[in-house]
Design a protein around this ligand. Structure first.
Ligand SMILES: [Zn+2]
Length: 225
């Protein structure tokens, strides 16, 4: 089980190293003590595994990128693997096509829905986030969900969504070597802009321990409470 999880982690890392190898330092942040204003819940049903998440570069490669400073990447494991079969096609992966949900109420302010999904192991360096949605929660807090499956996004720009509403499906578009969800909170409404903000989620389980408020960290298995 451990081996497969390590393989999965290195796959996602590979995509990052190939495009960002010049900036492997912790991004400075004035937001380390920030407390999320919005009441966030995990944006998915079922159990997911945190491949990257946390405050240090060792546990979270995103921490070198200012707007993704506190991002998480999550996948689904079953029987120790993220896929069935040989993993050569997206449909082999447990999380591919799984529904993604609004983490809180807000207005959709940006999205992209047309980027083709990658073949596993390959990446798209022209559209790093692939298909994505940005939700304005007010209070200068914006959720970014990325790498949706092509044409799966079911909301429109300007639309108001409620917490838990379906947004689309997990995919493998953008800077992604296998299907996964990327999530982060930032203080600007545009993709790749602004400062990343710590995102504390409410009422979830991390390795079967109930968390009233917490930030998912690398190697945790998480699900909504
Ligand atoms: Zn990511």
């Amino acid at each position: 089980m451990k081996t497969n999880k390590l393989i999965s982690k290195s796959l996602v890392l590979l995509a990052f190293l190939s495009t960002n190898c010049h900036e492997e330092k912790l991004a400075p942040s004035g937001e380390l003590d920030y407390l999320t204003t919005t009441s966030l819940q995990l944006p998915f049903a079922e159990e997911w595994y945190v491949v990257w998440g946390g405050r240090t570069l060792a546990e979270n490669y995103h921490a070198s990128i200012s707007n993704q400073r506190f991002a998480i990447d999550v996948v689904q494991f079953e029987n120790g693997s993220t896929f069935l079969g040989d993993g050569s096609k997206n449909e082999d992966y447990h999380c591919f096509g799984k529904p993604l949900e609004a983490p809180a109420d807000g207005q959709v302010v940006a999205l992209l829905n047309s980027v083709a999904d990658n073949k596993p192991g390959e990446t798209n360096k022209n559209e790093l986030f692939g298909n994505y949605i940005i939700i304005d929660h007010g209070n200068d807090e914006f959720s970014v969900l990325a790498h949706f499956k092509q044409n799966s996004i079911s909301v429109n720009i300007g639309e108001f969504v409620n917490q838990g509403d379906n947004l689309g499906q997990t995919g493998n578009s953008g800077n992604s070597t296998e299907p996964h969800l990327h999530y982060h909170l930032q203080n600007k409404p545009s993709i790749g802009q602004g400062e990343g903000l710590p995102a504390q989620f409410r009422n979830y389980y991390a390795d079967n321990v109930f968390e009233v408020l917490g930030e998912p960290r690398q190697n945790e298995t998480v699900r909504k409470g």
